[in-house]
Design a protein around this ligand. Structure first.
Ligand SMILES: [Zn+2]
Length: 303
């Protein structure tokens, strides 16, 4: 699914291609958007800017109109030169924004709505996003403060579920959630009340570093899709890009223990962790240690 960095890249590619350009055509398969376009046509407006806020992509048009899209699991924005063949069928097209040179096509976008600056401000979803990890204003201190505040109000919330909560910090997706917890040596099932300020600091710092490292330039031309090239380990080997995500049953790259996976949270998202590098810390609680009992050691101890 698209993670924050994917949406960020998408927004940046859209900004490069259609930012500052006049809209010459607009099509949509979504009735709600079509109605707004009938009343207040997009053609003739200028695309003022495109920005990402966590997993939301916002396209600002002149005269106070904002197209807000969320990709959820299925959606994507593609860029095509005028007249170029689309990589997906017309039936999956939800929105097309045309300029003299480009067609920005939103496929399978499940959430798309028009806003004014005022309605966006009042929207129950978009403005409530936490600070965007990839924004220039984001600071580690600010991120830690958000985590700590949420932890005080939700002491039993599990850290990896909180890392995914876009209202706390915007941008982390399911892959980075596991990678960040691993990098900080934090068991992803620990309750917020057991997480130390130092651990929060490491997780926020690592979140920012990983996400920035995975935002690469050069997506301005041609098709924009999820590249699958996320990496956190510094290894140039494609197979060794991630520490724990997707590696259930394989050896931990650090200690050789067996990487575990379990579904977590109400959304049952897959969480990967190393039970040795991310030991359970229950602070005297009776909660069952997660995974510890099932550790299978395989050589390479303490590498
Ligand atoms: Zn390990």
């Amino acid at each position: 699914m698209p993670e924050g960095d994917t949406i960020y890249r998408t927004a940046r590619a859209l900004q490069k291609a259609i930012g500052g350009k006049v809209v010459t055509g607009f099509d949509t398969g979504l009735a709600k958007l079509a109605r707004v376009n009938d009343d207040a046509p997009l053609v003739g407006r200028v695309v003022e800017k495109v920005e990402s806020r966590g997993k939301w992509c916002l396209i600002f048009f002149s005269s106070d109109l904002i197209l807000v899209t969320h990709m959820l699991m299925s959606g994507s924005w593609h860029l095509y030169r005028a007249g170029e063949k689309w990589w997906m069928g017309r039936d999956r097209m939800r929105v097309v924004i045309r300029t003299a040179e480009w067609e920005a096509v939103g496929f399978n976008i499940p959430v798309a709505e028009f806003h004014t600056a005022g309605s966006l401000e009042r929207s129950s979803q978009v403005p409530k996003l936490g600070p965007d990890i990839l924004s220039d204003e984001f600071t580690v201190e600010g991120g830690v403060a958000r985590l700590a505040a949420f932890g005080r109000e939700n002491p039993e919330a599990e850290i990896a579920v909180v890392l995914l909560n876009q209202r706390v910090l915007a941008g982390l997706g399911n892959v980075y959630k596991s990678e960040v917890a691993f990098a900080a040596g934090v068991n992803p099932f620990r309750a917020m009340r057991t997480i130390t300020p130092r651990e929060m600091e490491v997780m926020v710092e690592v979140s920012q570093r990983y996400m920035k490292a995975n935002v690469v330039d050069g997506a301005g031309d041609g098709i924009v899709t999820y590249s699958g090239n996320r990496r956190t380990t510094h290894s140039s080997n494609r197979e060794e890009r991630l520490w724990v995500y997707g590696r259930q049953g394989q050896e931990c790259r650090r200690c050789g223990a067996t990487v575990m996976m379990r579904k977590q949270g109400v959304q049952a998202r897959s969480t990967y962790w190393c039970p040795e590098c991310q030991p359970w810390v229950g602070m005297g609680e009776t909660a069952a240690p997660v995974g510890r009992a099932m550790v299978v050691r395989r050589g390479k101890i303490g590498c």
